[in-house]
Design a protein around this ligand. Structure first.
Ligand SMILES: C[S@@+](CC[C@H](N)C(=O)[O-])C[C@H]1O[C@@H](n2cnc3c(N)ncnc32)[C@H](O)[C@@H]1O
Length: 483
C-alpha cells in the first residue's frame, strides 16, 4: 500500500510533472481539509490570470487508462477481465492499482506495475473522506428517515458486488491473485475509498469526459467561487480567476461544484451540504403495486429502478415532480395497456408494451404523452397524484419517526477530519422535511383541481360515487444510486 505523503512535498511533484501553479498554493483550509490559498493578491486587472495548468498527459480519463493498459500487461489483464465496463470502473481500477500494487523497480525488474505521475500523486489524497459510504455503521444510523438511508445501503451493496467481481477476475491472474487474496490483501474498504476518491474528485471535461485532474482536485467548493476551470483545445486543464473576481493573499481560491445537485446528492458525493447552492430536490423510489398483475412486466420494460424526483423551484413554494414510470404504473388492461412477447429475427424473445395497440416500448420514458389524448387522461392524472401523495406521506412519516437520538448525535457524529455528521444530517433532514411538506400541499391542490374536472366527475358518477380506484404506493428508497 502506498504511504501518504505530506502536502509540502507537492511542489516537488508539480515541478517533475510540469504542473504549473501561479499565485496559489495548496494548504489546510478550516473545515474543508486541503484547498487552494492565494499566495499573493490576485486581480483580473490585466485579464483573468491562469492560476494552475495541468498538462494533458497527467489527466486521468478513461482514454488515459486505456493507454496505460497498452503498456502494462498486468493491468491490461485486470481491466479486460473486468470487461471495460464504464469510465468509472476503469479509473477506479487504475487508482486501486496505483494505491495498492507494487511498482516496477526500474530496468530489468518487472515485479510490479509501471509507474506514472499518479503513482506519487495518489499519496497526497486524503485517506479519510466524509462521504457516507465511508461512515461507520453507527454513524450511518444518523441517516435514518432521510432519502439517503437506503441509498447508501444500496451503494454499499453495489460496492461489495463490484469488489466480489474484481476478486473473481483477480483469482485467475497470478499477480492480482496475491494482492487480492494474500497477506494484507486489498479489501472492500479499499474499494470503497477509491470509489469515494472518484466520486468526490472526478470532473466532467468536454473532451476527455469523466476525469481525475491532479492538483485541480484540491479545489474546494464555494457558493461564491472566485475561480473556474476549463479544458483547452490541447487537452490541458487550467484554473483561472473569474472575471471581476479578486483574492487577497491568504484568501481561499474556490470553484463551484455545480448547482444541479440536491442536498442528499452533495452529502452522498462530497460529504458536505452547501445550503445555498443545493438544489431543493428529493429522490424517492416507487415500488410497483403488489396487487398489480402487470407490475413485473411494467418494471421489466421500464428497465431500471422507478424513481420519483420532487423539486422545489428556488424562492417559491411550488414543488414539481418527475417520474416517467408513474403513468405506466397507473394504467392497466382495461385502459388499453397490453404486453406481448414477440420473437425477433435472431430467434430471441422480447417483451413489448402496447398502448391502444401502438407499440410504445422504445418511448416508455415519454409514456405520459401517449396517455394524454385518452378520454380518461384526467382520471389517470388523479391516480398518479394519489400514488405520489401516498409515497410522500409515507416518507414524511419516516422522517418524523426517525429523529436523531441525542446520544448518537454526540457519540458518533464527529468525524476525525472535523466534519460534524450529526449537524450535516440535521440539515439534510430539515431540507427534506420542508420539501416533502410543500410537496404534500402541492399534490393536495392538484388533487382538488382534478376533482373539479368534468371527466373526473363523470367517471366518479359512473362508479356510483364510490372511492376513486387509485393504486396505493409502497414507499421505499431502496435503490437510488446517485453515482
Ligand atoms: C475535490 S476535493 C477538494 C480537496 C479536499 N479538500 C482535500 O482535502 O483533498 C472535495 C472534498 O473537499 C471537501 N470540501 C470541498 N468543498 C467543501 C466545502 N465547501 N465545505 C466542506 N468541505 C468541502 C469535501 O470533503 C469534499 O469531498
Amino acid at each position: 500500500m502506498s504511504t501518504p505523503l505530506p502536502i509540502d512535498v507537492l511542489p516537488t511533484w508539480t515541478r517533475f510533472n510540469n504542473v504549473e501553479l501561479d499565485g496559489i498554493q495548496v494548504g489546510q483550509v478550516e473545515g474543508k481539509g486541503l484547498g487552494f490559498v492565494a499566495d499573493r493578491d490576485l486581480t483580473t486587472d490585466k485579464g483573468s490570470p491562469t492560476l494552475l495548468k495541468i498538462p494533458r498527459d497527467a489527466v486521468l480519463s478513461a482514454e488515459a487508462v486505456g493507454d496505460y493498459a497498452k503498456v502494462d500487461l498486468k493491468f491490461r489483464q485486470l481491466l479486460e477481465g473486468m470487461g471495460h465496463e464504464t469510465p468509472r470502473i476503469a479509473i477506479m481500477l487504475y487508482l486501486m492499482a496505483h494505491y495498492r500494487a507494487p511498482f516496477d523497480g526500474g530496468p530489468g525488474s518487472h515485479k510490479g506495475i509501471a509507474s506514472t505521475p499518479w503513482t506519487e500523486y495518489i499519496r497526497f489524497l486524503p485517506r479519510q473522506i466524509p462521504t457516507p459510504t465511508l461512515w461507520t455503521e453507527e454513524e450511518r444510523l444518523l441517516l435514518r428517515g432521510t432519502s439517503l438511508e437506503k441509498a447508501v445501503n444500496a451503494k454499499l451493496a453495489t460496492l461489495v458486488s463490484e469488489f466480489d467481481h474484481l476478486r473473481e477476475i483477480g483469482a485467475g491472474l497470478p499477480f492480482w491473485q496475491s494482492l487480492l487474496f494474500g497477506e494484507d490483501a486489498i479489501t472492500v474498504k479499499d474499494w470503497a475509498l477509491v470509489d469515494a476518491w472518484y466520486r468526490s474528485r472526478c470532473l466532467e471535461l468536454p473532451n476527455a469526459g469523466h476525469s481525475m485532474v491532479p492538483c485541480l482536485d484540491m479545489a474546494n467548493h464555494s457558493d461564491a467561487p472566485n475561480a473556474y476551470y476549463e479544458e483547452t483545445a490541447d487537452g490541458e486543464v487550467v484554473l483561472m480567476l473569474r472575471p471581476e473576481s479578486t483574492a487577497s493573499c491568504g484568501d481561499e481560491v474556490t470553484i463551484s461544484y455545480g448547482a444541479a445537485k440536491s442536498a442528499a446528492e452533495m452529502l452522498f458525493s462530497y460529504g458536505f451540504i452547501d445550503r445555498s447552492t443545493a438544489k431543493e430536490e428529493i429522490t424517492l423510489t416507487l415500488n410497483p403495486l403488489a396487487s398489480d398483475p402487470l407490475a413485473q412486466a411494467k418494471v421489466h420494460v421500464y428497465g431500471r429502478s422507478p424513481l420519483v424526483r420532487l423539486t422545489r423551484t428556488k424562492g417559491t413554494a411550488a414543488v414539481s415532480w418527475h417520474c416517467p414510470f408513474v403513468y405506466l404504473m397507473c394504467v392497466n388492461e382495461e385502459d388499453g395497456l397490453e404486453f406481448k412477447l414477440l420473437q425477433d429475427n435472431a430467434g430471441g424473445r422480447e417483451l413489448r408494451v402496447f398502448w391502444q395497440d401502438e407499440d410504445v416500448t422504445s418511448k416508455i420514458d415519454n409514456f405520459e404523452s401517449h396517455v394524454q389524448t385518452h378520454d380518461l387522461h384526467s382520471v389517470f392524472q388523479l391516480r398518479v397524484v394519489s400514488v405520489l401523495q401516498q409515497l410522500v406521506e409515507a416518507q414524511l412519516e419516516q422522517t418524523r419517526s426517525s429523529p436523531i437520538p441525542e446520544q448518537e448525535h454526540d457519540a458518533s457524529s464527529r468525524h476525525a477530519g472535523g466534519a460534524d455528521y450529526g449537524r450535516i444530517v440535521a440539515t439534510l433532514r430539515e431540507m427534506e422535511h420542508s420539501l416533502l411538506e410543500e410537496a404534500m400541499a402541492s399534490l393536495a391542490e392538484q388533487q382538488a383541481a382534478l376533482l373539479l374536472e368534468d371527466d373526473v366527475r363523470v367517471y366518479l358518477g359512473l362508479t356510483e360515487d364510490g372511492p376513486i380506484e387509485t393504486p396505493s404506493a409502497q414507499v421505499t428508497n431502496e435503490e437510488p444510486d446517485f453515482s
